[in-house]
Design a protein around this ligand. Sequence first.
Ligand code: GTP
Ligand code: MG
Length: 417
Amino acid sequence: MTAASSNTFPPTQPPAVLAVHRLTADAPGAIAVIQVSGPAAAAQINAIVPGHNALALQPGMLHLVHLTLDGAAVDHCLLICHAPNLFELHLHGGPAVVRAVTRALVGHSDSAPLPTNAPQPTSPAAMLSSPVAPSTIEAEVYDLLAVATSRTAVRMLANQLTSGLTQWCNHWLQRLSSNAAAQDEAALLHQFTLATQSLLHNWRWQSYFFTPPKIVFFGLPNAGKSTLMNAMLGRSASIVSDLAGTTRDYVDAIGRLVRGSLDMPVILIDTAGDRPTTDAIEQVSIDRTRQQAASAEVILLVVDASTQNCAATLADLADTAQRNFSQAVLIPVFNKADLLPHPPMTAANAIAVSAKQESNISELTAAIFAATGADQLDEAGPTAFTQRQRRLLHQAASHTSLKDAIIILKQLTGAAP
Ligand SMILES: Nc1nc2c(ncn2[C@@H]2O[C@H](COP(=O)(O)OP(=O)(O)OP(=O)(O)O)[C@@H](O)[C@H]2O)c(=O)[nH]1
Ligand SMILES: [Mg+2]
């Protein structure tokens, strides 16, 4: 077993079976981050983290674990699996614990020198580098892998290396290059522009797997907004009561929507009920509700379906939302379906749920995936996942010569400066 300290692998050498690097400064601090990578990484982590099998951890997941050395617990820390064979330990940053953990990971005796901290890996790209220097897309993939917050994002990123964006660029480079002598340059450029625009357009919903979209619960007091948010979160984040006007300030919480193999991080925002009022404080609450709705990607129009005028209430809410929050996807939700005769009568395309009984929540999740376009995700398909890529694609799509488009595509892949 080798403790590697270099961040490059010459072509003649295989990658190290184990590399241990301290990512934070080599000085006392509140937290120290230690990166452990290579085929032997999981086994070494298992040796000091009882009760967890690092081999079975899902990429993108965080685990609060105990670190145990010689049978004694020495620290409580976060274990992050970024990818198979690539882990991070976030432990307390005192020199004694960092030294002891590092020694345990690399299997050094107390008298043996510790692996050097220099040169430090600057990104997971360096840690996972192949004998061939990574292309620009590869470097961006590895940088983002370190901060991806969903398993879907991790898989999407991994796919961009061999298929996805890399394959898309190579396909178009090949088509544009081999057409150098063809007659219909304009038609080919037109096809390329359409493909590029489609790629850029898809980023709107692909981005939700990287940056959580804001989902706002909007409706009259007592519609069950707080109950619904709690049901979707799986915990009681917002106060529920039968008094209309319970929620005053908005309440936000990070959640996760799961649909089949896709998981999407989301920011759920419960708001004060929106109604005409003469109460100055309630008016401030409603102003805040509207501020949140104005920056939401998705607004759930929550209606108490057991009230007689629920269809008119929904029409009013939809009207307000369309006039004021046109940037958002609107999804009508008829709550309290448990109080209705079965099957519940609802307005067209409204989702009937019972927040209290937590029923039909998965249908609501499905509706959010469908309405945002996120259910179209092809994890292996191309994604322009950085601003640099999107800027270059915009340029490529607006260029009028094959030669310029080829140069820009080569810049995108890193094949040209
Ligand atoms: N039967 C039934 N009651 C529900 C359901 N959802 C919420 N409730 C009840 O409706 C009342 C109001 O629920 P909340 O979640 O506080 O409503 P809200 O929309 O957040 O109300 P405000 O904060 O006042 O705007 C509570 O008594 C809940 O228990 C449901 O699906 N079925
Ligand atoms: Mg509430």
